[in-house]
Design a protein around this ligand. Sequence first.
Ligand SMILES: NC(=O)c1ccc[n+]([C@@H]2O[C@H](COP(=O)([O-])OP(=O)(O)OC[C@H]3O[C@@H](n4cnc5c(N)ncnc54)[C@H](OP(=O)(O)O)[C@@H]3O)[C@@H](O)[C@H]2O)c1
Length: 293
Amino acid sequence: MLLLTGATGLLGSTLLRRLLSEGTPVRCLVRDPRRLGAQRVRVQIALGDLADPPSFRNALRGVQTVVHLAAAIRDQPQGSIEELNGIATWRMVQAAQRQGVERFVFFSALGASTYHRTRCLRAKALAEQAVREANLRSVVFAPSIIYAPGDPWLTLLERLALLPVMPVSGRGRALFQPIWAEDVADCIVATLRGDAAEPHTRHELGGPETLSHSEIVRIVLRSQGRRRALVHVPTPIVSRGLRMLERTLGPGAFATWDEAELMEVSMTSVRGAADAEALGVKPQRMAAVLGSG
Ligand SMILES: NC(=O)c1ccc[n+]([C@@H]2O[C@H](COP(=O)([O-])OP(=O)(O)OC[C@H]3O[C@@H](n4cnc5c(N)ncnc54)[C@H](OP(=O)(O)O)[C@@H]3O)[C@@H](O)[C@H]2O)c1
């Protein structure tokens, strides 16, 4: 049995389709099974929440492999970014160890470090450390930005593209190696099939190109057939505006500063697409996936 967390998310839903088509028995730890859509009748469901560690125990019963994708890039009423990414992962890996899980696959992020500027990537660094130090076989993936047509981030950019000018937070110079969710799912499947000799392995996942935030926005505009001037909104204005919005609207805010800040820090690996290629996956260019040339 494989326990998948985050199965309702961008990467989780892509991976779940793949696992089920191969006949892998999957249990999903979810907050709301309805969000699994049609797949909910094809999996075992364990109701749980990252903010509720006792729910992990039940979910882990009889599990050999955990793929832990659930994460949060904004605070939730039940837990902060630090609790949901850092402490919850530590508790999940501890519980997995106690239940005799053989292999733990975890998603960190490129550039995560304990002194990172963003809260999310500081929490990811602590989580990664907990996974590495646990007494079970582990695989850590550190991806650059992951995308798929229709995902919430690209949908937000497409909505902003309806404005007469295209707002971009900050100078738009942070660098990324965007990688398609399908390519990332291929990397996970390749890892699950293989039997690594090392007890702990780490793969940095980048797409084939290094693009600035502004270049990514231009690719999205081209895929929509829209020509717009980019207007760079100074970071202090974006951070103040989004913080005020989050205070006013709470979880209903369309974006938060913690999310926007992630687009102001580079997420690249000197290895580029090499780690994905070593797993037999050749990541596609973003423009090709979005159909913009
Ligand atoms: N997307 C990227 O660009 C990127 C970049 C670097 C690293 N990563 C990492 O890659 C992994 C997959 O990313 P993704 O983009 O697929 O994430 P995503 O689309 O944001 O999905 C997040 C998942 O976590 C679940 N979740 C959130 N809060 C939860 C809670 N309190 N309890 C239980 N489940 C909860 C969500 O379930 P609900 O349906 O209940 O909300 C959803 O299934 C994550 O670990 C992420 O940090 C992503």
